[in-house]
Design a protein around this ligand. Structure first.
Ligand code: GDP
Length: 460
């Protein structure tokens, strides 16, 4: 008999409605005690309106009760969902009442862990559930939904099926060692292994898009103080989150904010200006700027177009020009105040960069943000990224297992190529099979499950 667990499934805070989940063998029994007007025959998947009560029969709140009979439930076991007012007090009291009736508090992610243990989801699908909950852009959500549907699992299963075929063939060769293994058979194994290696490598190659979905495209906004870096960041974010001031050097630390451009996540890093300074606080900021540039996918260099280029601008230009120009967008700002910086001059100084003129005051900010966003979207081909049909690898765990599997298969190919004993290659093919299995949760130990499910919130 399994424990019956309970938790609030909706975020804590004030809300129209909040949900308490109760799952396990005693779920229905507990519902009978907590639901004041519970009928004798509870029909599964039927909404009942009434009152949630405590163990003294006192009313806690009005609520709707739903009973999902296992295995046709999220976890595969009996489940009850109680929809009450989204009040912390009301929801907590309902949880307490369920606990008084014999339930225990669920661990974070325990409902989904049960769904995994009961075969409702594999591990990669369970990971997709976390990604869906945490998705902040259309792109992240779309990729996670595909993974939740089982697209990745299908691909992994089909690669594993091919490996099983190869292992079966190898076993025949190993079991009949007296028969001379024809060279042609070695070649056949090698060909099949190359094919599977290709499929694994194809998945690995999607990880760079996966990283964008997970972490966002990192864009460092650099430039000397007072040129409009913070104003540009605010314009893209569409709100005034970074303080904008007239005193040069106010943005001392780097500020990171996530934006959503055409559904793709972008992280904007507003940096302090790169410049020689004795001021220690500024120097720390400069170090951060250098680091931000090094770890960014793109640099936006902001220049005050109303003044001639100054030494400080040239310094920053000489600093960034060794970076691939394709990754640089130069924003010549304060267009409303004058036109003292020549676009061609900038393009000559930073070959391959894109250049835009903007003004970020007097209602121009929205237009400027749209222009900048469109350059970013084109540079990274967002439309194409969003259209992608294939399964994208988003988790580090999955990526590292795929890499291990690829190296196992490569090793096996090399062994067969150099005529080593087939038994040795077989060990590596086995290992590839196990590593791929771990992605979907087969042969995954408790430690791996704990790591995956600890990322969940309570009640999921
Ligand atoms: P940062 O130090 O580079 O981050 O620059 P800020 O964004 O803090 O801007 C410095 C000052 O320039 C602020 O007073 C802004 O209002 C002003 N500013 C920013 N962009 C423009 C612009 O396009 N035109 C004009 N006239 N002023 C601007």
């Amino acid at each position: 008999m399994s424990d019956t667990i309970t938790a609030i499934a909706t975020p804590l805070g004030e809300g129209g409605i909040g949900v308490v989940r109760i799952g396990g063998d005693d779920a229905l029994k507990i519902m009978r005690s907590v639901f004041k007007e519970c009928p004798e025959d509870v029909v599964p998947r039927h909404a009942y309106f009434g009152h949630a009560v405590n163990s003294d029969g006192e009313i806690i709140d009005e609520a709707v009760f739903l009973y999902m009979k296992g295995p046709a439930s999220y976890t595969g076991e009996d489940m009850v969902e109680v929809q009450a007012h989204g009040s912390n007090v009301s929801l907590r009291n309902i949880v307490r009442s369920a606990i008084e009736q014999g339930a225990r508090m669920a661990e974070p992610g325990e409902f989904t862990k049960l769904a995994f243990l009961n075969g409702k989801l594999d591990l990669s699908q369970a990971e997709a559930v976390i990604d869906i909950i945490k998705a902040r852009t259309d792109m992240t959500l779309e990729i996670a939904e595909k993974q939740k549907e089982g697209r990745l699992s299908e691909t992994i299963e089909s690669i594993r099926d091919s490996l099983v075929d190869i292992l079966a063939q190898m076993a025949v060769n190993i079991d009949y060692p007296d028969e001379d293994i024809e060279e042609a058979e070695y070649e056949e194994h090698i060909d099949s292994l190359r094919w599977t290696l290709n499929s694994v490598e194809e998945l690995i190659s999607t990880a760079s898009i996966g990283r964008i979905a997970r972490e966002g495209i990192k864009i460092a906004i650099v430039g000397k103080p007072n040129v409009g870096k913070s104003s540009l960041m605010n314009a893209i974010l569409g709100e005034g989150r970074v303080i904008v001031t007239d005193i040069p050097g106010t943005t001392r630390d780097t500020v990171e904010e996530s934006a959503n451009i055409d559904g793709v996540p972008v992280v904007l890093i507003d940096t302090a200006g790169i410049r020689d300074t004795d001021d220690t606080i500024e120097q720390i900021g400069i170090k951060r700027t250098e680091r931000a540039i090094a770890s960014s996918d793109m640099i936006m260099l902001v220049i005050d177009g109303s003044r001639d280029l100054e030494d400080e601008d040239d310094e920053i230009i000489s600093y960034v020009k060794h970076i691939d120009g394709e990754r640089i967008l130069v924003v010549i700002n304060k267009d409303d105040l004058g036109d003292n910086v020549d676009e061609q001059d900038i393009q000559d100084k930073i070959p391959g960069c894109s250049v835009l003129r903007t003004s970020l005051v007097d209602g121009n900010a929205v237009n400027a943000a749209a222009k900048v966003s469109s350059v970013i979207s084109n540079k990274f081909d967002f439309k194409n990224i969003m259209r992608t049909e294939s399964q994208i690898i988003t988790s580090e765990r999955q990526l590292s297992l795929l890499k291990k599997a690829a190296s196992d298969i490569e090793e096996a190919i090399n062994q067969l190529d150099s005529g080593e004993a087939i038994e040795l290659a077989e060990i590596n093919v086995h290992s590839a099979y196990d590593n791929l299995g771990e992605i979907i949760g087969e042969s995954a130990g408790d430690e791996i499950l704990d790591t995956v499910f600890s990322k969940f919130c309570l009640g999921k």
